[in-house]
Design a binder for this molecule. Structure first.
Ligand code: SF4
Length: 328
């Protein structure tokens, strides 16, 4: 096994894993086990490429008041807290995650509510972080209710908790969230090993409370960059009642090049998946255009390939580049 760091001095992402999630790994060798590879730091994190950034999708550019990122027209992202039950070594929000900011304060919520009152175009709030379910139920719902008191927005809870600590999503939590519908839970799952009976029971609790459940997956080298692995994952999710929503190209986050898959390879994998899965089991393969260009579907946005880059077009017709991986 590679050397393990408690805190990486370059990428500044803490080390931490739940007992449950580490129990899914057959070995703690990150070069062998696809679960261990997601939480064990390796020396590859010390390699930071010139075009990588701690804020690769440009949250900073779109932060309208502290903790609120308003990038897309009808929805805004609230960074509820900075902690996670397991720290993913490829985390794209490492400029914020685990840096000790803690949870959103009452004063910050006041400013957020004032912003929402002035911006009726915001119809949906994404509660994210970090992981919003690191808060207690009362803390979580007091934040959700402060927002819903000023605007009846739709809630989208973005969390990895059903995968890394499914017992956290109790029937009581699911029921309280169900009382605040319309509400979605978007789970982050990357590998079929994560679809355990505990995960399935967690999804059942959410579905029984009327919560719609979707999944986003990150395409990760050596973990799930294989059509058969992703087919098993997406088919398994669909069977459990979870809609595969996005397959994300890895963002250009500092110290994560060892996880990234070449965009062309991702397109090939999607081609294979499309021949095997129904539309309900097939997520959209998307990339966040580096530097804050926003999220676009890869296959329909790709214009051309140069020697060094993929050139993609955003919804406004502007062109952006995403680098080719050299060794794939
Ligand atoms: S759960 Fe999300 S925010 Fe937390 S480390 Fe993983 S990717 Fe980053």
């Amino acid at each position: 096994m590679s050397e393990i760091f408690q805190v990486d001095p370059v990428t500044r992402l803490p080390y931490g894993v739940s007992r449950y999630f580490s129990g899914l790994a057959d070995t703690q060798d990150p070069y062998v086990d696809p679960v261990a590879a997601q939480y064990i730091p390796t020396s590859s994190e010390q390699t930071v490429l010139p075009y990588e950034d701690a804020d690769p999708i440009g949250d900073g550019q779109y932060t309208v008041v502290p903790r609120l990122v308003h990038h897309y027209h009808d929805r805004a992202l609230l960074l509820v807290n900075d902690r996670c039950a397991t720290y993913c070594r490829y985390c794209f929000r490492r400029h914020f995650t685990g840096h000790g900011a803690g949870h959103v304060t009452s004063n910050e919520l006041d400013a957020i509510c004032r912003y929402l009152l002035k911006h009726p175009e915001v119809q949906e709030i994404l509660l994210s972080g970090g992981d919003p379910l690191m808060l207690s139920d009362d803390e979580f719902f007091s934040i959700a209710d402060r927002i819903r008191d000023v605007r009846q927005v739709m809630l989208r809870v973005c969390t990895r908790m059903p995968v890394v600590l499914p017992a956290r999503v109790t029937a009581a939590f699911a029921s309280r969230l169900g009382e605040r519908r319309p509400a979605w839970m978007v789970i982050h799952s990357n590998h079929p090993k994560e679809l355990t009976p505990e995960f399935g029971a967690c999804v059942d609790r959410l579905l029984a409370s009327g919560i719609a459940v979707a999944c986003q997956t990150v395409l990760l080298r050596g973990i799930n960059d294989d059509a058969r692995v992703l087919e098993d994952l997406f088919r398994g999710l669909q069977r459990m009642g979870v809609r595969p929503y996005y397959l994300f190209q890895g963002d250009l986050a500092s110290g994560t090049s060892h996880f990234r898959v070449d965009l062309g390879r991702g397109i090939e994998i999607m081609r294979t998946l499309r021949s095997r899965l129904s539309g309900l089991g097939l997520p959209t393969y998307a990339v966040d255009l580096p530097g804050g260009g926003g999220k676009v579907p890869v296959e329909s946005s790709l214009l051309r390939v140069t020697e060094t880059d993929y050139v993609l077009r955003d919804g406004h017709g502007r062109e952006w580049t995403y680098p080719r991986e050299k060794d794939t």
